[in-house]
Design a protein around this ligand. Structure first.
Ligand code: ADP
Ligand code: MG
Length: 654
């Protein structure tokens, strides 16, 4: 005697208890089913046939009694092994077909093979061949609602056969069909039985039962008759033996499955569901869209203004300090800083360059043109300190400085206004306050990079020439100092302050300022603004996450039956988990991408309104990642809820 494929011993199943009345549905069923058998289970409605079927198919566990499959105690099998049995050994055919409504006929048939890790091409070929064999070659792309009942049932039979379907469990497969379709389905089951599939068929129709080789009758949860297979062993197709199945289970349960194929399928399914519910999805994703968009726009605006400030600092140097005299106490005349102070400051190790400045707006004339320009006496460090090179001609030299030479270096605007007619302005003369100065150099245009158009309208002459020829006094109006290290501006300032107090007999009759401090103060107000906007973004992401959770909980509830179907066709808990988590991630990815697109649109608008905006890729990636993480975090709970559903409850849910 061979090992029976299925051996039930005294199986009982009770529902209820814990407050609700206890119902004993199965009250001690013992049965053995061998390879190659075609068994019909008959009984009145409510007698416990479906309950028995669910236990046979490892969708449900008995309350009491033992179930051995191919000699193995099912009670000792883990969740993954049970999933393997449902996937590889059993094939379910239900009265209500139980197809996944959003998938095509082909996709429904393919599903068990996806969970078995079979490559896409192979499973598509096999599914198409099965549908062809069942006469549905022209219906592969139809969704269930585009098929008749008989066609749907044939699709579900094809699905049952997808991974082999050694044991077909058919629960009233003809119950919902017209007599013609019913006959077709029965003929199919006959054919499968003759090919060696074990068929366990539930029916309350005695004519249907008569097709089987063995009829078991159940009444009120008890077996009242078993006709047993009358054929001798030789007449029966040997089918797959228990030992083979056991061996395969050993190998198959260890198989990790091809996560890649599953992921692709999960994403496709997710996309489809999202598309079907696109309006609802769009509304729910608003939170994430707004969150991501505000993060990206905020960072872009922050970055834009930072770059503007940086451009200004780069244009004039972030290491520059200004020193000028001021009254030590109210009402006193302002103290003066002298050229001796300049020399002393130049000795400080923290100071790179020091330059006295004397300057004023003066009338400048050339032929018939005259205009006011700022004329400054500076020294030869001018180019270095302000990072402002001469582009034509040359800057004045130490010798010019020493000899108080009447030479001038002019800005672009001066050149344009005063010497626009001259092809070569170098060597031309300008009358500055009635003193002729020869133009020896043109400064690079500065206005565009600094945002300060006035800076190009200046004339630079040697300090000595300005003091002697133009202004008639030697003391500088103020002193410009370049610190050696732009990170040490404050330290440099302290050193100068200390030095000058000594030189001025302790009197604080001078004032030190620097650009960097002003710019830093501006940056600080900006960063506190960014912080506030960041908080708003975080809150909208949170709201978005709750939206994702909400929509996922809704989806799990709406698709409980689908989850049951997936479990019945062999999905493991982690497959279901992965499916719903992929959906949540996909949702949030779509939300994140939409957010980035929205941000770019808003950014373009801001640019048109002349607001500095600088989009940074890391910011976008960061915001996008946040959105995806939100999806994972908030999708986890609904996905776990789906994965932990009880297969039978899920299948029978409405
Ligand atoms: P059949 O398929 O033979 O018509 P079922 O196996 O579906 O019968 O059901 C047998 C009995 O078990 C019925 O009386 C039904 O009311 C009861 N039953 C089925 N499922 C549950 C459940 N989840 N909780 C309580 N009773 C149940
Ligand atoms: Mg039933």
């Amino acid at each position: 005697m061979t090992t029976p494929l299925i051996e039930l011993r005294d199986i009982c199943k009770a529902y209820g208890g814990f407050g609700t009345p206890r119902v004993d549905v199965l009250r001690g069923i013992s049965v053995r089913i061998h390879p190659g058998e075609f068994v019909a289970i008959v009984g009145a409605s409510g007698s416990g046939k479906s309950t028995l079927m669910n236990i046979l198919g490892c969708l449900d566990r008995p309350t009491r009694g033992s179930y051995h499959f191919a000699g193995m105690d099912v009670a000792e099998l883990g969740n993954d092994e049970l999933a393997w049995l449902r996937r590889e050994a059993f094939g379910f055919v239900f009265q209500g077909y139980h197809l996944i409504p959003s998938g095509s006929a082909l996709e429904n048939v393919e599903m068990p093979a996806i969970y078995a890790g079979i490559p896409a091409q192979e499973r598509q070929v096999r599914a198409a061949a099965l549908l062809d064999r069942l006469g549905l070659a022209s219906r592969t792309a139809n969704r269930p609602h585009q098929l008749s009942g008989g066609q749907q049932q044939r699709v579900s039979i094809a699905r049952a056969l997808m991974n082999g379907g050694h044991i077909i469990l058919a629960d009233e497969p003809t119950g919902a069909l017209d007599s013609h379709s019913g006959k077709e389905v029965m003929a199919l089951l006959d054919e499968l039985a003759s090919q060696g599939h074990v068929i366990i068929l539930i029916t309350h129709d005695r004519d249907v039962a008569a097709r089987a080789h063995r009829v078991i009758e159940i009444r009120d949860g008890l077996m009242i008759s078993d006709s047993a297979d009358q054929r001798d062993g030789a007449a029966r197709h040997p089918g797959l033996q228990a030992d083979d199945l056991r061996q395969r289970l050993g190998q198959g349960a260890q198989l990790r499955g091809a996560w890649k194929g599953e992921l692709v399928e999960a994403l496709q399914a997710a996309w489809r569901i999202m598309w079907i519910n696109r309006f609802r999805t769009a509304l729910t994703l608003l939170g994430i869209v707004i969150g991501v968009a505000s993060v990206v726009v905020m960072l872009a605006v922050g970055e834009g203004s930072k770059r503007q400030v940086m451009a200004q600092m780069a244009a004039f140097g972030s290491n520059i300090l200004y020193l000028n005299g001021k009254p030590a106490t109210l009402g006193e005349p302002a103290g003066t800083v002298t050229l001796d102070d300049v020399a002393a400051i130049g000795q400080l190790p923290q100071v790179k360059h020091v330059m006295p400045v004397i300057g004023e707006k003066l009338m400048v004339r050339q032929n018939n043109t005259s205009q006011m320009f700022y004329v400054g006496g500076n020294n030869t460090w001018f180019e270095d300190i302000f990072n402002w090179p001469v582009v034509e001609g040359s800057f004045f030299s130490q010798a010019d400085e020493a000899g108080a030479a009447a030479v001038a270096v002019i800005g672009q605007k001066v050149r344009e206004r005063m010497l626009g007619d001259h092809a070569n302005p170098i060597g031309q003369y300008l009358l500055i306050g009635n003193v002729p100065f020869q133009v020896i150099g043109i400064l690079a245009g500065k206005g565009a990079s600094s945002g300060d158009q006035d800076s190009d309208g200046r004339i630079v002459v040697p300090y000595s020439a300005a003091a002697i020829r133009l202004f008639g006094h030697r003391d500088p109006d103020y002193i410009t100092i370049a610190a050696r290290d732009s990170a040490q501006v404050n330290g440099t300032e302290a050193a100068i302050d200390h030095l000058l107090r000594q030189r001025h007999q302790g009197r604080h009759d001078f004032e030190l300022t620097n650009d960097a401090a002003l710019i830093q103060a501006e940056a600080r107000t900006q960063s506190s603004l960014s912080l506030m906007l960041g908080a708003i973004a975080a809150i909208s992401l949170l709201v978005g996450g709750i939206g994702v959770m909400n929509i996922m909980l809704m989806t799990v509830r709406e698709r409980t039956r689908e989850i049951g179907i997936r479990m019945a066709t062999g999905a493991r808990q982690r497959d279901i988990m992965r499916q719903f988590l992929s959906e949540a991630v996909m949702l949030s990815m779509v939300g994140g991408l939409s957010g980035i697109v929205l941000a770019l649109v808003v950014g373009a608008g801001l640019m048109l309104a002349d607001i500095a905006v600088a989009f940074a890729l890391p910011a976008m990636l960061g915001a996008f990642t946040c959105a995806v993480i939100t999806g994972i975090v908030f999708g986890f709970m609904p996905a776990r809820k789906a994965a932990r559903l009880d297969p039978v409850k899920a299948l029978t849910s409405e």
